[in-house]
Design a binder for this molecule. Sequence first.
Ligand code: UT7
Length: 328
Amino acid sequence: MRAAITGWGIAIPKNRLTNSDLEKRVETSNEWIVERTGIKERRIAEPGETTASLAIEAGEAALKCANITADEIDLLIVATATPEQPIPHTGAFVGEGLGLRCGSFDISAGCAGFVYELVTGSALLTSGSLRHVLVIGAETLSRVTDPNDRSTCILFGDGAAAMVLTPSDDDGPGLISWDLGCDGSSAGLLGITAGGSRVPASEKTIAAGMQYIKMQGQEVFRRAVRVVVDSALISLERAGVTANEIDWFIPHQANLRIIEAGARRLKIPMEKTVVNIDKYGNTSAASIPLALAEAADSGKIKSGDRILLSGFGAGMTWGSAVIEWGSP
Ligand code: UT7
């Protein structure tokens, strides 16, 4: 059996933060941001919006798209780096909001989170007697981004996207192959250092801004291009296809230059590469499913298309997958 994507939905805060808005806050320029990242604007959650509220909105849209009701979902997985709160897991709030009565758990795998939950959800769906699994990538990165750090505040945005997984035949649409990895020796390159077991939150950590994301951008950039490509090649090989036989490449939207370098090395033309970073910036675990859902809604992706996903993030984690689009 395979797990096919039979419904999808997105949730985007209305509030736009443009490059010219950022020019007023930190020493930067629209030209610098566009040239170095490809980002023109990002969405920022309003005070009442949270990771769970965005996930619920995306989940509702995905259920509607799949034409199923909440009681037909037998498992919920939420991938996020910005959980609703430390305890309980975000899935508890999302399941409640959606009216689900099934098990749920969160996956914390940074920007590779969606690929991780797609693989996990598919494995549980195809090994058990589950009818549908709901996987959601949801983030409010604006809540953990230092508004005065020009090296990160230009990059991150908020949003969510959800996918319904449904059993499909062995040779039907669905997840064909995947590769997951993590190099913990690079954990120090990107993260939030306070608020956990190692450094609990205190007045001192707040004063030092340790509740915010810190990143060694250049080093992350270098490794990102390498892992996006290496992992994608493993998934392609496991699927028994070449990059030539891929209809759409949907990489994690972290930086347009990383996307272009990855596509170039994989020899996938940019016309076959889905890019929406200009509108949303880096939305971490929401980035790949957001791009996938938008490409599906725009009619770009057709039934039977072969799609290559590849992401990377804090950890450093990475994950890639080859899927065939369509309903069982
Ligand atoms: O999904 C999670 C993974 N994260 C990523 O994939 C991010 C990967 N990294 C990147 O996307 C890039 O490294 C950045 C966009 C973060 C930075 O771009 P860069 O081309 O690597 O710039 P840099 O860090 O080498 O900085 C070049 C210069 C520096 O000035 P000096 O030292 O040359 O005088 C920075 O201080 O640009 C400066 N700079 C800025 N200038 C204007 C850094 N941020 C800004 C800014 N506006 N916002």
